[in-house]
Design a protein around this ligand. Structure first.
Ligand code: ADQ
Length: 457
């Protein structure tokens, strides 16, 4: 098993986060393998090899980037072109040929490095938007065995995807994989529509697709979580301690909680405005509801992220200034991360989980919120219809996050929902989260990928 993702877990340290655990388990379950990725280091000079770290039966193969590669490949093309376009923010995208050349160069160098680790009967699984070209590089380096790709972020409608000057190059490279996995049917359908309308693809009777001289399959594999792990954390010592620490401060007020990386795709300003609108529209909620938003800054070297930070500081300040009182702060906005144990405890304490991204591949926070609830007194999930998770979490109150009034109403509805309705909605979501777990995701992708060599090419 050979897996590549931009960042890997840290060798020798506990594997935290759903994805890191899923990949780690996939490698170990299959008798070991290689987990390849960027070391997180940048060097001034040119760099070529990898550093190897062995843990159990897994080899971590970590490559460094030069400072120029970090700028062009990571901050540049991946996070200033692909991330915004794939999240429908063409207005924020920055297209620069030099940055694309760096992206291509890193994919090429990494593809060649990875090809060196493969043996005849291996299976290769490559992850996410940092490595869209890597499959093609692997094929050019001679790898002919099974090779799958999973996209963690949305795949946009073709009208948006084609705004990328290199869309054809990217689509062609993706088609070098045998199996291309998406978070949702919507993403898969967008990719297939691009192939049909622009890539002149042929759709074969057995479900396979022929495009750009390759034959491959596509399918949605909604990523999941380990619900028991989250529940255990929520009920554990650190989770309950965090909940009682916050509980003392918010007193008897209802807690509305948001937990996100600070990213413009997460709809944080809209969410704060919606909370402010609810206080506007329903005077009696003032002093009775507290909104906690946890949002650690990420990618702060990219301008759009600095602008977002300033906007959130300003908005939360304004709402608190307008409505706050001697003994009540409407919005607690914490620009830092917290350990998973604490987050799980806070999810459980909340009356409303507010997960309102403008666009999101899946959104695992929504699933973690559901898994952490007390079955006898569960909270309500207010979820954006543009999060991948909305395809599955039918018990949530679904909202259009651009519609501030509707989001305000949904928060209000969540705060006031009777217990029997809360329980009913939560039950259907919890069973879905448990069925489509992170283990299910990994197994179903790999089973499909490993069937490929049996198919006639
Ligand atoms: P992200 O955009 O990072 O992931 P998401 O899936 O919500 O989004 O969260 C990832 C993890 O980070 C969660 O496990 C969450 O608990 C943790 N996290 C978030 N905020 C945190 C905070 N403030 N402090 C500590 N931990 C925090 C990308 C895609 C998603 C997709 C995932 C997985 O953008 O759409 O669901 O990959 O495929």
């Amino acid at each position: 098993m050979i897996i590549a993702s931009n960042r890997t877990a840290s060798p020798g340290e506990p594997k935290v986060g759903g994805l890191a655990v899923a990949i780690w388990e996939a490698l170990r379950e299959r008798g070991g393998g290689v987990w390849f990725g960027w070391s997180g280091e940048t060097l001034e000079r040119e760099t070529r090899g990898v550093r190897l770290f062995a843990e159990d039966n897994v080899d971590f193969a970590l490559a460094d980037l030069t400072e120029a590669e970090y700028e062009g490949y990571y901050l540049g093309y991946a996070n200033r072109a692909l991330w915004p376009v794939f999240h429908y923010r063409v207005d924020l995208a920055h297209f620069d040929d030099h940055e694309f050349a760096m992206y291509e160069e890193v994919n090429r160098r990494f593809g060649r490095l990875l090809a060196q680790f493969t043996r005849t009967d291996d299976t290769v699984w490559i992850h996410d938007y940092h490595f869209l070209l890597m499959g093609q590089e692997m094929r050019q380096s001679g790898w002919e065995g099974p090779m799958g790709f999973f996209l963690h972020i949305p795949f946009p409608a073709p009208e948006i995807f084609t705004s990328l000057p290199q869309h054809n190059r990217i689509a062609r490279a993706l088609c070098a994989f045998d199996l291309i996995g998406f978070q949702t049917d919507r993403d898969r359908a967008n990719f297939e529509r691009y192939l049909r309308e622009i890539g002149r693809a042929t759709f074969l009777d057995d479900g396979r697709i022929r495009a750009f001289d390759h034959v491959f399959r596509t399918k949605a594999y909604p990523i999941g979580i380990d619900a028991d792990e989250i529940l255990g954390l929520a009920e554990g010592e650190e989770g309950t301690a965090a909940a009682s620490r916050l509980g003392r401060i918010i007193d008897q007020r209802a807690l509305v909680l948001g937990v996100d990386r600070m990213d413009y795709s997460k709809g944080l300003p809209n969410r704060m405005e919606a909370f402010g609108r609810m206080l506007d529209d329903h005077e009696h909620t003032r002093g009775r509801v507290s909104f906690l938003q946890i949002a650690p800054p990420s990618r702060s070297d990219v301008d759009a992220y600095q602008d977002l930070r300033a906007e959130l500081d300003q908005l939360s300040g304004r709402i608190n200034g307008d409505y706050g009182d001697l003994d009540w702060v409407p919005i607690r906005y914490l620009a830092r991360g917290y350990p998973r144990e604490m987050l799980a405890g806070l999810y459980r304490l909340s009356r409303v989980g507010l997960v309102t991204p403008l666009y999101d591949g899946m959104n695992l926070v929504a699933k973690e919120f559901v898994a952490a609830q007390n079955p006898e007194d569960p909270g309500v999930l207010v979820l954006s219809e543009f999060a991948g998770a909305a395809e599955q979490l039918d018990g949530a109150i679904l909202v259009n996050p651009h519609d501030i009034s509707a989001t305000a109403d949904a928060i209000y509805q969540g705060i006031n929902m009777p217990l029997d309705e809360r329980i009913e909605r939560w039950k259907s979501m919890d069973s879905g989260v448990r069925d489509r777990s992170i283990a299910w995701w990994r197994k179903s992708f790999l089973e499909d990928l490993e069937k490929i060599p049996e198919e006639v090419k």
